[in-house]
Design a protein around this ligand. Sequence first.
Ligand SMILES: [Ca+2]
Length: 395
Amino acid sequence: MAGVDPATHTVNAVQAGTALITASYGGKQTTHHITVIAASDAVQVTSTVKTPSGVVPVLPGVVNAVYHNQTVQAQVTGSETAGLDFSTIGTVQIPVTLKISGQEFSSTISVEVVPGYGLDEIVSQLRSKLANNSYPLGNGAGNYSAAKYADFVAAVDQAEALAGNAELTEAQFNAALNTLTEAEAALLNSLNTTQNGITYKAYRDFSGDTAGKYPYGITAQDLTNGATAVVQEEAGNKFLRLTTTAVSGKANLFLPYLGEVSAAGNQRIVIEYRVRLNSNFQYANGAMVRNDSGTSNYSMVTAFDSGKILVQNGGSNKVKVRDFSLGTWYAIKMVANWDAKTYSVYINNESVPVATDFAFRHTGGSTLTGQLFGVDGYANASIDFDDFKVRVTGD
Ligand SMILES: [Ca+2]
């Protein structure tokens, strides 16, 4: 049993048996059961375990131990790792239950926490990215190579195996990181932008996407108060749905353009998308086409306001060009004359534009960088987007 020294507040083993120690401080009380065993009955585990920093170790099923001055093999039948910190370099004692010749003993296994270089954290972030994002795969424009995606997943698998290896050296860590970086770069570079002889500056029809996930490659500018951006499938067509909840929220995404998007002389910049509003809310951004002179600088704007399709003419004049109906898809085409800083807008590929040579909202910049679309702070919004196509035409 155990005795407490009132002067030093230390607990001393007196004789084999169990003792219940009650301690109180500042009105709070705690109790500890202490088992005192004869020194000759102690089991000392001699096997050591290593774990990379941040990784909870997997204990072996059998360890070497010393019992009654004999080297024995002990089965590990239980362990308690809850509450232990494996993120600091050093040694951690894990309480374990051992079985030797059918008899159970309490002991500890010494775990050496060695540098893990944070590979586990990197792998966990990549895993969550892979799980939550839809990577459009396939051969058509807007898709990444399925083979490059498989290579990237294999690199993550390989890194995960290494992350749990306590013998990982810094050189191996650097090599793993390099492989991951190269595999992801190869995936990104595999984005196909050409279809039927046309090279696009942006293209996404969601055909290669996975329903239920966030569209990889489109940036989330604002997703607030439970707003979502999720690929949906309906009658074989996949598209993107943005929603906000009953609490007013933002669901604004940014589709980045590739390379230089400007035009000279007879060239025109053609920006197309399809859109469908599903619920009644006041205002939606259809396409706010940003130039490189500042993230708030938009050259062209099409939008939806209280049942009307809007096209912006100059700095502040938003012109209502047509009514729209809920639950109906509309194809919007914006055709820009970069030199004149004007644009015309067509609905549903009609030959007559609904806006002719409207002035840019912002005339600065040397290239267009992408388009912002979605919901800017309204409740119960639901809006769908599909068939984003951006290209420069003419000679
Ligand atoms: Ca589609």
